[in-house]
Design a binder for this molecule. Sequence first.
Ligand SMILES: *Cc1c(COP(=O)(O)O)cnc(C)c1O
Length: 364
Amino acid sequence: MKNSSLHDRGVINRYRPYLPVTEETPVVSLNEGSTPLIHSPWLSEIVGRGSEVYIKYEGLNPTGSFKDRGMTVAVSKALERGARFVICASTGNTSAAAAAYAARGGLSCAVLLPHGKIASGKLLQAFLYGAKIISLRGNFDDALNIVRQFSENPDVEIVNSINPFRIEGQKTAAFEVVDVLGNAPSLHLLPVGNAGNITAHWRGYREYHSAGKCDTLPHMIGFQAFGSAPLVLGHIVEEPDTIASAIRIGNPASWKPALTAISESHGLIDTVTDAEIITAQVQLASKEGIFVEPASAASIAGLLKYFCKSPHNRHRSLLVEGARIVCTVTGHGLKDPHTPAAIGMHLIESEATLSSVSNILEMK
Ligand SMILES: *Cc1c(COP(=O)(O)O)cnc(C)c1O
């Protein structure tokens, strides 16, 4: 007899009626989803107006980012139709998730990377999960072009952002927010790179609204890094530049649906600088104990920049009294080893004596 508390886990089992699966679909899951929605007294206080701010900590997914929600659906569907390989062009969290779910489903995984552009933390994950990692003498577009050419091959499933099952899985994050809060929040803030996640969240809220699970809808608020903000600028950015590598994208795959999500929800999209991102990352860790990678902190940086009692509060008019605000933080802080340098991390040297340590700690 199956124990339902053990088996009804992972986003496919929990949200089956809302996902493109059938009883025949083999479920490849690592119990992704069910990430904590953490109340933030610090942010609630500085936003004010009786608002309550919650942080959706997506870094607590099995491979450390929200990409797992989409990958469980994409890899399950690949297995269902008899694919034997999954392939993606990615230097980041997509490759980590693809490799893990491929391993779980007994599929081979290949990751194509532009030569020299290797993000070591995330790459290590892909390698350990058993992916073949191919370093191309070319740029990211070359890698994606080659990946796309596998679409004719029935043995291969492409799991880049162009795979529609990924957005389907990612919408479950919005379901979870409603399930916990009992309704939709009034604002939902997210970092935006390829813009799949903001698209997925809006789809999730709308579907839950149609199903009667919530009677309001949030304003969708996106933040791009200043040097990598095609949606804000309204044109492709040829050489996107930001410390936040997961949102360093000049030509987002989900450009149009993201703009639709923003306009239908009467939301907005704006920019935050690298300095604001790092400040938000450091403050979120030191004030609330939540460690996220730089890209993830863009939502917090945007909240601090535009919605607080500050001189730059140009979007504060969207804030109603007693608003419930959700900020998604997309990936775990341990993934990105470049942060210590950016924040000027330093250690305090001491003699190996109690008195020396006590002096440093100003304890008598
Ligand atoms: C993929 C990713 C993003 C960007 O999400 P999009 O759906 O591409 O907008 C942001 N943060 C992290 C940690 C990611 O892995």
